[in-house]
Design a protein around this ligand. Structure first.
Ligand code: ATP
Ligand code: MG
Length: 270
């Protein structure tokens, strides 16, 4: 399972990656992504609530490449969280096809295994457990695996070091700021070395300086670990950090725009 030796994670630690990648690098990345295989394949996915009156997803077709960073943007109620919940098998679709990281999520089989092995979740309400320490919160997803108590602790401390919170490892989450709690949620999302990180408004409640730090952290981890990152956001400036921006409206995908084309073509109204 988890690879405890993560020295490689630290090697670019001081490099400011977010927003500073030049055009040549972006083109190379886009080219590399185009040559890799899909980690997400969705066809005509539908999900309704209230006995069919609310069509939260109304025929989604979507492919996402392994290692891609995708933002999902759109007005409130357009279906962004519903789509993210489907991708993480937190909810089951009414019809359509959804394959994620080799799992057929419509089959309703091995969904616990899928969630614990393949997915790291980061939500705006980060669901930290208040009465245990920061480091213990990060260890929670590791209990599914085969690590010893010491290995779990060492790995949790390494992850906290990556997000700059090693010195707070023995604090209770209630003693920390919103941004610090969000960084713990990132460390915890990485604990099982997931293939995909699903983030729903990860910076929604944070000030712009803290948001920037969180996004730098996510982007850095995505690039260094080649984790596929799928992030819902209302903020176009945040969305633009991704390789591709997907705009959702009324449960359907309206646009899918590569980063290099964003400024010219996209017209987001959220
Ligand atoms: N559990 C539920 N029961 C009934 N309706 C729901 C449920 N979850 C979502 N909906 C409805 O489905 C639609 C899509 O909701 P969703 O949460 O996906 O929107 P969203 O794009 O994430 O919005 P926001 O930006 O406000 O978070 C909305 O009309 C919402 O009210
Ligand atoms: Mg939402």
């Amino acid at each position: 399972m988890a690879d405890v030796n993560r020295d490689d994670v630290n090697k670019d630690k001081d490099k400011n990656i977010t927003g500073t990648e030049n055009i040549a690098e972006t083109i190379t990345r886009t080219k590399n992504i185009a040559e890799t295989k899909n980690i997400v394949e969705i066809k005509d996915l539908k999900k309704s609530y209230e006995k069919g009156h609310i069509k939260a997803l109304n025929g989604i077709d979507l492919e996402i490449k392994e290692g891609e960073f995708v933002s999902i943007i759109g007005p409130s109620g357009s279906g962004k969280s519903t789509l993210l919940n489907m991708l993480g098998a937190l909810d089951i679709a009414d019809s359509g096809i959804i394959n994620v990281a080799g799992y057929d999520l419509t089959k309703n089989k091995k969904l616990d295994e899928f969630r614990s092995k393949k997915i790291g979740f980061i939500f705006q309400l980060h669901n930290l457990i208040p009465n245990i320490s920061v480091v213990e919160n990060v260890e929670i997803p590791m209990f599914e695996g085969k690590l010893s108590g010491k290995e779990r602790r060492d790995l949790a401390l390494e992850l906290l070091d990556i997000v700059g919170l090693k010195d707070k490892s023995n604090n209770k989450p209630t003693k920390l700021s919103g941004g610090e709690r969000q960084r713990i949620a990132i460390a915890r999302a990485l604990a099982n070395e997931p293939s995909i990180i699903l983030a729903d408004e990860p910076t929604g409640s944070l000030d712009s300086r803290t948001s920037k730090k969180i996004l730098e952290q996510l982007n850095k981890l995505h690039k260094e670990k080649n984790v596929t990152l799928i992030m819902v956001t209302h903020d176009m400036n945040v969305a633009k950090l991704a390789d591709r921006v997907i705009e959702v409206l009324d449960g359907k995908i309206l646009n899918s725009t590569d980063n290099s084309l964003l400024d010219d073509n996209i017209d987001i109204k959220s």
